[in-house]
Design a protein. Structure first.
Length: 265
């Protein structure tokens, strides 16, 4: 979270000060210009040179004021850039931590609910931190770089790991179903999903967990912690729309994380 303490009373920003100064300078210049033109029209010929000198002084003063305004604008721009760099640096650090956490996720034949419940809360917390930082950034090249680094983490680390979570390994370690009954359930699930053209692994996991022998004694949904929050930050297409900007890829939890998709149903 970015704990920026809100100001009290009337908040005087650089934008507000700049607008006030511009209004004052323009008003004063226009008023003075109008007075000078009026004086030139009314003044005798011998006083015109004096009035023209006043015009030169007025222009010089106006230029000085405009220089001050430009300096104020540059100062404000520099502060925004410094803030962007600070936030982007911390956001990149959160992405690095995500990658480190993903690398501890056990997949394949060592998949376990215990490990999943250790890694998912960490990633959920990092997702919360990253969202706060990302949303606090202005849309510029720094935000685009952070977006690119998040995409690298997502497609090169997280997606492969989530897809490789093995439901059979989980059932072997989490249930007391006899091996021959589990083998029969696996064979039945493979038969039910073999003709699926899309989401084949998801259909297999769903069929396996819905097998009456398994369903009677095991509910994976009650076993995985922080799944809802994790889904919001990593598996919700709508929530990830900004982070996926510039890509054709869309998010489908069933294709990315079949085991988690069934657990969430």
């Amino acid at each position: 979270m970015i704990f920026e303490k809100p100001g009290t009373g009337i908040k005087i920003t650089f934008d507000f000060v700049g607008i006030i100064i511009v209004v004052i300078v323009l008003t004063a210049s226009l008023t003075y210009g109008f007075c000078i033109i009026t004086e030139i029209i009314k003044a005798p010929t011998d006083k015109v040179n004096v009035i023209l000198l006043d015009i030169v002084k007025a222009v010089a003063q106006t230029c000085t004021a405009l220089t001050f305004i430009f300096g104020l604008h540059q100062y404000r721009k520099t502060r925004i850039q410094q803030r962007q760099l600070s936030i982007s640096s911390e956001a990149k650090l959160q992405v690095d931590k995500m990658i480190a956490a993903i690398e501890t996720l056990e997949t394949g034949d060592v998949t376990s609910i215990k490990n999943i419940n250790k890694v998912l809360p960490v990633l959920s917390n990092l997702g919360t931190n990253f969202e706060q930082l990302f949303n606090a950034m202005e849309e510029d090249i720094q935000k685009a770089i952070v977006r690119m680094q998040w995409q690298d983490m997502y497609f090169n680390y997280l997606r492969p790991a989530l897809y490789d979570l093995d439901i059979v390994c989980i059932l072997k370690s989490e249930t007391k179903i006899p091996d021959f009954k589990l083998a029969e359930a696996i064979k039945t699930a493979e038969e039910l999903s073999k003709n699926q053209r899309a989401l084949k692994k998801y259909q297999f996991v769903k069929a396996l967990l819905n097998n009456k022998e398994i369903r009677a004694g095991y509910n994976i949904k009650s076993k995985i912690k922080s799944l809802d929050l994790f889904t919001v930050y990593y598996l919700d297409d709508k929530e990830l729309n900004d982070l996926l900007f510039g890509l054709m890829s869309r998010i489908d939890i069933r294709a990315i994380a079949p085991v988690l998709a069934v657990a969430r149903e």
